[in-house]
Design a protein around this ligand. Structure first.
Ligand SMILES: NC(=O)c1ccc[n+]([C@@H]2O[C@H](COP(=O)([O-])OP(=O)(O)OC[C@H]3O[C@@H](n4cnc5c(N)ncnc54)[C@H](O)[C@@H]3O)[C@@H](O)[C@H]2O)c1
Length: 461
């Protein structure tokens, strides 16, 4: 099959790489020249620099003959002549703090597409083509896309909803071996075309292939993300807070009690300073917005959003409240800039809010380190007299008065020995409980520790 991808971000690039690996002929179009240049370079390092996803470079290099990246729309027009499916992988962020999905990227791409679809087959539009929404969109989006295409005079097409469930950091693994593939369509012929496209999943016994209508598919994605987001909020704002409030409750022990109930499960029961990333927040907000427009209240969804915000604010305020610490003119080290491990994505990362908080408090230095996201973070906060970037965590913690751990990169777990060897005793703010297995040693050596899910741990020297 010939497949066109519009949008080459985490979803588009990873899904396109898997399509090419399944034997499809794939063209990927994006307006971002740098991204297209890097992803199409055939160079694993450049690909990783662009999208830090394990296995993406290997797949793209291995399938080079079947996948092309372009910013040239003329190529797209030519490709559309006998193209079977167009996968829409465009961003759908929130408009301000309204909850409403910003569909301008989607509609800009769809409008351009509609004009090219009209010109297919010398204007005869002979070949049937399916437009597949992979973006996370409002529940009635397929109807809106159809309206737009019909108004433009596009014929011989179908619109399908195929929400993406990949997890950043494991996107390739997740796209090669998804738990489920969800296809929402109104027409039988659309289901059939998509079955061909996803033959490897349709025929697989380990993948749940779910066919529903397009509204159910879109709603299922929003609800799944809300459910997961809510689990995180419960973990931080209820379970974590309980452990912070009462003495002698170790978060990990409480976690063990809870997760051994299969009805509770273990996903999401890791305490953290914030649930960031590009999806959970905006998808929960979009669901809330759609419910409220329809006249419902969305109190629980809104409270989940607020609980997440509250978590970061409470965490950052603890140093002043519990230690009486004055941030002014202090040297602070920030470990972790990506919103979580295994990604260079900084969308909604708590580290942006942390840096803004520290600047507000007029600290002297913010010494930052991240394994993958530094280049992207520098675009938000260029290097300056105050903000500095380091190549490893040990250099970054030198002379720190406070160390904030914001990302769960596994190597941060090994930091305790280096800290114990130092003369200085910076306050440790562990936003991920990365040093939990060494809190006792660190406390005995005189470190004050403020950790999510623990009451204040006063250094004993
Ligand atoms: N990132 C995830 O983990 C994830 C998971 C599931 C679903 N989703 C959803 O998938 C969608 C895409 O997410 P993403 O993370 O890949 O976004 P992204 O921002 O990484 O990528 C989107 C790409 O679209 C490109 N683009 C914008 N306008 C364009 C246009 N007119 N023509 C061509 N390209 C254009 C951008 O340059 C960008 O490269 C969103 O709706 C998101 O909610 C994301």
């Amino acid at each position: 099959m010939k497949i066109l991808y519009i949008g080459s971000g985490f979803v588009g690039a990873c899904s396109a790489a898997v399509s090419a690996d399944s034997g499809q002929e794939v063209l990927v179009y994006d307006i971002d020249e740098r991204k297209i240049e890097m992803l199409g370079s055939g160079d694993r390092d450049k690909i990783k620099n662009c999208l830090y996803e394990e296995g993406l470079g290997d797949l793209l290099v291995r399938n080079q003959e079947r996948i092309e990246f372009t910013t040239n729309y003329k190529k797209v027009e030519k490709f559309l002549d006998d193209c079977d499916a167009v996968l829409m992988c465009l961003p759908t962020p929130e408009i301000g703090e309204t909850g409403e999905s910003d569909l301008k990227y989607y509609f800009a791409a769809a409008e351009q597409l509609s004009k090219s679809l009209l010109r297919r087959n010398k204007g005869k539009q002979k070949k049937y083509i399916v437009i597949i929404n992979k973006s996370t969109v409002p529940i009635d989006m397929v109807n809106r896309t159809e309206e737009m295409m019909n108004k433009a005079g596009v014929k011989n097409y179908g619109v399908v909803s195929n929400p993406e469930f990949l997890v950043e950091g494991k996107a390739i693994q997740g796209s090669l071996h998804p738990d489920r593939v969800v296809i929402g369509a109104w027409k039988k012929e659309d289901f059939e075309i998509v079955r061909q496209l996803y033959q490897r999943f349709y025929n697989s016994t380990s993948v749940k292939y779910i066919e529903v209508n397009p509204k159910e598919a879109a709603a299922g994605k929003l609800l799944a993300n809300y459910y997961l987001f809510n689990k995180l909020a419960v973990c931080y704002d209820v379970i974590g807070r309980t452990c912070e409030t009462f003495s002698d409750l170790t978060f990990e022990n409480i976690r063990t009690i809870l997760t051994n109930d299969p009805r509770i499960g273990s996903w999401g029961l890791y305490n953290s300073l914030y649930a960031g990333g590009s999806c959970f927040i905006k998808d929960a907000r979009s669901l809330s917005h759609q419910l409220q427009i329809a006249g419902q209240n969305a109190v629980l969804i809104n409270e989940t959003y607020l609980a997440n915000k509250r978590q970061l604010e409470l965490f950052l305020s603890r140093t002043e409240k519990e230690v009486g610490f004055d941030w002014q003119d202090k040297k602070v080290t920030l470990l972790g800039l990506a919103f979580k491990q295994d990604t260079n994505d900084i969308r909604n990362t708590p580290s942006v809010d942390i840096v803004n908080f520290l600047l507000d408090k007029q600290v002297k230095e913010i010494n930052c380190y991240d394994l993958a996201a530094t280049e992207w973070f520098k675009k938000v906060f260029p290097e300056s007299n105050i903000i500095k970037y380091f190549n490893n965590e040990l250099a970054a913690i030198n002379s720190a008065e406070v160390i904030i751990i914001a990302t769960d990169w596994p190597q941060f777990r090994e930091l305790a020995d280096s800290l114990l060897q130092k003369k200085e005793r910076p306050i440790i703010m562990d936003g991920r409980r990365m040093l939990q297995h060494r809190y006792d040693d660190l406390q005995k050596a005189g470190f004050d520790i403020i950790a999510v899910g623990s009451p204040f741990i006063k250094g004993s020297k």
